[in-house]
Ligand binder design. Structure first.
Ligand code: NAD
Length: 308
């Protein structure tokens, strides 16, 4: 598969939260983008949702109106899965239900070109388990985008045991070409890398709140004023190297035994959900999501998107 924009059409199956973001990112970087969804309402919402993403990029000073219009013109929506046969790289972004994904893959197996790559945006299914209905398992890989792709550049590329090395390489090349930052894992582990790090921090945050030492407000402030800034520049290993590994051994020796290891901190999350406080969607979670808080997050988001 060649990865020039002239001859590669990118297919996206499933145009929900992730699919639209991925399709918009591909179209913005010059690729003809063929999208399909089984739900006509979702398909009809692709253009307005893509416009909203592109308008946010204009507002942040990243693109101009001409780029917006060119990107929109590159997105084709199709009610029939057959249209995806023209794509040489297909991202599957349908719900995280194994049976649904397997049924789709069985259809795609008879549809895709021999040199096409099928990439799943799964949040956690192992690649070998996903690939079982496929004949061409060597052309299957996981490409795990984050939400929203125009703000969070990471794509975790996770090969299965049968994935061909050139498929991993071509997927990484294509991800770079559409403005993403691909990282390749050596093998699949649950949560890949990013979600493991996210939930390790969340487990400790819940543990701290449960201990009574700090409120969610204080924990969030500590993170934003310290590690949140540092981790945009250096990762945890670079940070440890800079702090001095001998110092980190001293700190870790007394701190590691104190850190959360238990799974029952999840009860704190469950209690909020049981009380109908699911977060932004219900107006409250650990915080009340009033207009001021939403405006502050939007302003921060604009700053980050503006930096590219
Ligand atoms: P979503 O529910 O918003 O969208 C899924 C879309 O797939 C819907 O529009 C639905 O109509 C469509 N669909 C269902 N069955 C289909 C089929 N057989 N053919 C074509 N379209 C079909 O889901 P989402 O949040 O976009 O997640 C999609 C995938 O990406 C999941 O595997 C999810 O775990 C993963 N993911 C989600 C996020 C996130 O933050 N939401 C982040 C990374 C990865």
């Amino acid at each position: 598969m060649n990865t020039t924009t002239q001859d590669v059409a990118i297919g996206v199956v499933g145009t929900g939260l992730m699919g639209v973001g991925i399709a918009t990112q591909a179209a913005l970087h010059g690729y003809r983008t063929i999208v399909h969804d089984v739900d006509p309402a979702r398909l009809a919402s692709v253009a307005p949702k893509a416009e909203a993403v592109l308008d946010e990029l204009i507002d942040a000073g990243r693109i101009d109106h001409a780029a917006r219009q060119a990107a929109l013109a590159r997105i084709e929506t199709h009610a029939q899965l057959d249209a995806i046969a023209r794509a040489r790289f297909v991202v599957e972004a349908i719900p995280e239900v194994l049976e649904l994904k397997h049924r789709l893959y069985a259809k795609l197996a008879g549809l895709l070109a021999d040199d096409a790559i099928l990439a799943s945006n799964t949040s956690g299914f192992p690649p070998d388990q996903l690939a079982t209905p496929l004949r061409a398992k060597e052309r299957f890989v996981i490409a795990h985008f984050w939400n929203p792709p125009h703000m969070i550049p990471l794509v975790e590329i996770v090969p299965g045991s049968a994935t061909a090395p050139e498929v991993v390489q071509q997927t990484a090349g294509l991800m770079s070409a559409i403005g993403m930052e691909p990282v390749v894992l050596a093998k699949a582990i649950p949560g890949f890398v990013g979600n493991r790090l996210q939930f390790a921090v969340l487990r400790e945050a819940l543990h701290i709140v449960r201990s009574g030492a700090a409120t969610p407000e204080v924990v969030d402030r500590v993170m934003k004023a310290s590690l949140g800034r540092r981790w945009g520049i250096v990762g945890p290993f670079e940070g440890a190297d800079m702090g001095g590994l001998d110092t980190f051994v001293d700190i870790a020796s007394h701190l590691m035994p104190q850190l959360a290891k238990d799974e029952d901190v999840i009860d704190l999350l469950r209690a909020q959900v049981d009380a109908g406080r699911v977060g932004v969607r219900s107006g409250a979670g650990f915080h009340d999501w009033d207009e001021a808080r939403i405006a502050r997050v939007k302003a921060g988001r604009k700053r980050v998107i503006g930096r590219g």
